[in-house]
Design a protein. Structure first.
Lengths: 166, 166
C-alpha cells in the first residue's frame, strides 16, 4: 500500500476494484434468496438470469486483477451492505403481501444502479490509465447491468406492480 | 401502520418516500463537506450547485407528503448511510493526494445513482396508484438527478481525472 500522500489513481482504481469485487460476491449470495422470495414467475426468472450474469461479471473482475498482477481480493463495501440490508427488510416486512414483488424489484434496481455507477467510474479510470483490455471487460459488464436495469424497469411498469396495485 | 399481511403498494410507496426523504437530508449534510474537500474549482462548484438542488428536492418530497396527508418524516436508510460512509473513507484515505477529486466524483455518482433508482421506482408507483401530481414532482427530481449525473460523468472523463492521472 502506497503511503498516504503518494496515492495515485492507480491505487484508487485497485481499491474500487476490490470494493465492487466484494459487492458482486454479496450480490451473488443475495440473488437466490430474492428469487425464492419472488411470487411472479417473470421476476424469479429475471433474478435467476442475473445470477448467471453475476458469475460472469466476477470472472471479468478476476481477469482485471490478473492484468494488474494483483490477487483477486475483496474489500468490505459498506454501500452494498446497506443496499442489500434494505432489500432484506423489504422481504421481511412485505412477506406474504401483494406489494412484495414491487419491493423486490425496487431493491434489485438499487443494486443495479450501484453497479452501473461503479463500473462507469472504473471504465473511465481504466481509460485514463491506458488499460485498454480492462476498459473492454468493464464495458461488457456495464452494458449488461444497464440492460438488466432496463428489463427490471419494464417489469416494474407492467404486470408486477399492477398485480400489487389491483 | 397496516398489519403485515394487509400491506399494499400504498404502504410501500410511503415507506420508500420516507427512505429517500431521510437520504436527501443526509446528502444535504454531506455535500458541503464534499465541496470543502474538493481541490478542483469545477468540482466544488458542481457540489455547491447540487446542494441547492437537493433543497428543492426535499421541498418536492414534502409536497408529496402533503398530497398524502401524512407528516413529512424520514426513516433510516441503510443504503445511503453505506454509500456516504464510503465517500467519507475516500476523503480520509485520499486526503492530500492527486486522486482525491476522482474519488469524490465517484462517491457523488454512487449517490446520484441511488437517487435515480429510488425516484424512478417512486415515479412508477405513483403512476400505478393514479397520483398524477406526485408523478410530476418525482419526474422533475428524476430528470434533475440524471442531468447532475451526466455533468459529473463529463467532469470525470475530462480534466479532474486527467490531473490525477498526470
Amino acid at each position: 500500500m502506497a503511503a498516504a500522500k503518494d496515492k495515485t489513481l492507480n491505487d484508487l482504481f485497485l481499491d474500487t476494484l476490490k470494493d465492487i469485487y466484494y459487492a458482486e460476491k454479496q450480490i451473488l449470495k443475495a440473488l437466490p434468496k430474492m428469487a425464492k422470495a419472488a411470487t411472479s414467475d417473470k421476476l424469479r426468472a429475471a433474478f435467476e438470469k442475473h445470477e448467471g450474469e453475476t458469475e460472469g461479471q466476477i470472472d471479468r473482475l478476476e481477469q482485471i486483477f490478473e492484468l494488474l498482477d494483483k490477487p483477486a481480493r475483496g474489500k468490505t463495501c459498506d454501500a452494498i451492505m446497506g443496499i442489500l440490508e434494505e432489500g432484506k427488510e423489504i422481504m421481511s416486512e412485505y412477506k406474504g403481501t401483494e406489494a412484495l414483488d414491487a419491493g423486490l424489484l425496487a431493491a434489485a434496481q438499487a443494486v443495479e444502479h450501484y453497479e452501473i455507477s461503479r463500473y462507469g467510474t472504473l471504465k473511465t479510470w481504466a481509460g485514463l490509465l491506458g488499460m485498454k483490455d480492462a476498459v473492454k471487460l468493464l464495458d461488457q459488464t456495464l452494458q449488461q447491468e444497464k440492460t438488466t436495469d432496463g428489463n427490471l424497469s419494464k417489469l416494474a411498469e407492467s404486470e408486477i406492480n399492477y398485480e400489487a396495485a389491483a
